[in-house]
Design a protein around this ligand. Structure first.
Ligand code: C5P
Length: 406
């Protein structure tokens, strides 16, 4: 379902930087205007080498802002006013240089000063050559932007202007517009106002000795995206997180950090009675060592140790047993064979209301990535397929599907 109508009347600052993909910014601008948004273009000086301000001012029906002053009149362009005017800021394309300046507060042009003054949500669509994209400095700067709460619209892999093929192509304008429209649609959606939601996320670590553990590759990104989505729709969220390197942004998220499955179970059983919805997204370790030695197991002086494992509690099934009428319990599944049949069996066995099947077949879905592709299976056995998209957008699709009847 398209949320383009959510852009009606919105004030968008479109920041354009100097990369080849700037030619696509005209299409992006056109699509925003077509959806009813008012757009103010801010360009870096080098962006003008790639696309003319005349094209952009004609499409936006506003003079393009690029300098701090208009040279002949001395008129000052206030980045503070622009920052206040904006309902959101979209920087597309964002070059490595501008991303670096944004991450580090290097305010030497109108675009970066406006960014630093912006009070609203900022979307960043990077575009650059694959080596620049893969450079640790770009990775670090993008991580900084994420930690400021900016939404990164990931570049795609494909044919690049350099003639090389790899990750760095700016996301297509149609998709950028959809991401921004989804954002406004979910913000105006207060369908979960006053509701309490419990979300689990990330892996669990099961200690072997003080320095070693059994864990898994779960990054927690899907669970964190679900928590943000529920909070954006007005819910009070308790996020029980295993060890992950992620931050939360919405003030309505109460985060409880745990390490082991048993700690996660304790936090969940404490919160579940109050929750209307519980989403079990964590990749809980199925087994833990029977014993944790309190001293590091040494390589010298010991026989090769044998690890005896015992079963961990099944948190989802425990909550399933305690579930009251009206509570909605959602699980996740990762299956390698008979995917849907196994997921439905799990839904029944754990007394879940919905199960979200992570696709093992789609490249870019699953552990660690920023994207996912899932199938949402309802109690009636209906399956809604969600194709590969960002985990933020997948979260929106999941919450919409599981709340349709609430
Ligand atoms: O049985 P399986 O691990 O495939 O089930 C996955 C679902 O069960 C996920 O929703 C996961 O969060 C949940 N789970 C749990 N506690 C466990 C194992 C899985 O809550 N010990």
């Amino acid at each position: 379902m398209s949320n383009l109508s959510a852009l009606q009347g919105k004030h968008i600052v479109l920041g354009i930087t100097g990369g080849i993909a700037a030619y696509k910014s005209a299409t992006l601008l056109r699509l925003f205007i077509k959806a009813g948004a008012e757009v103010q273009v801010v360009m870096t000086p080098s962006a003008k080498e790639f696309i003319t301000p005349v094209t952009l001012s004609a499409l936006s029906q506003k003079p393009v802002v690029s300098e701090f002053f208009t040279a002949n009149t001395g008129e000052w362009h206030s980045h503070v006013d622009l920052g206040l005017w904006a309902d959101c800021m979209v920087i597309a394309p964002a070059t490595a240089s501008t991303i670096g300046k944004m991450a580090n507060g290097v305010a030497d042009n109108m675009l970066v000063t406006t960014y630093l003054s912006a009070k609203s949500q900022v979307f960043v669509a990077p575009a650059m050559d694959l080596d620049m994209m893969a450079h640790p400095s770009t990775t670090r700067n993008i991580e900084s932007l994420k930690s400021y709460g900016n939404i990164i619209i990931e570049p795609q892999s494909g044919f690049l202007a350099s003639g090389l093929t790899g990750k760095g192509r700016m996301e297509e304008p149609e998709n950028i517009v959809e991401v921004v429209a989804d954002f406004f649609a979910s913000r105006s959606d207060s369908s979960l106002a006053g509701k309490k939601v419990l979300v689990t996320a990330g892996p669990t670590y099961e200690k072997i000795d003080p320095v070693r553990f059994i864990g898994n590759y779960s990054s927690g990104k899907m669970g964190f995206a679900l928590a943000e989505e529920c909070a954006a729709r007005g819910a009070e969220v308790t996020l029980v997180a295993g060890p992950v390197a992620l931050t939360t942004h919405h003030p309505s998220i109460r985060r409880i950090d745990v390490e082991s499955a048993r700690e996660m179970l304790d936090a969940c059983t404490a919160s579940f009675p109050d929750a209307e919805i519980a989403i079990m997204c964590a990749a809980v370790a199925d087994y833990r060592p029977e014993q944790m030695t309190d001293k590091k197991i040494k390589r010298e002086h010991t026989e090769v140790p044998t690890l005896r494992l015992v079963k961990n509690p099944d948190i989802a099934a425990t909550l399933g047993k305690a579930k009251r009428p009206g509570q909605v319990l959602v699980g996740f599944a990762l299956e390698t064979d008979n995917e849907v049949a196994n997921a439905v069996e799990k839904l029944e066995r754990k007394n879940l209301d919905y199960i979200v099947l992570n696709s093992m077949r789609v490249a870019g879905a699953g552990f660690g990535t920023d994207t996912n592709a899932v199938s949402i299976i309802s109690p009636q056995g209906t399956v809604k397929d969600v194709p590969l998209m960002s985990k933020d957008r997948v979260a929106g699709e999941i919450i919409t599907a599981i709340t349709q009847k609430n």
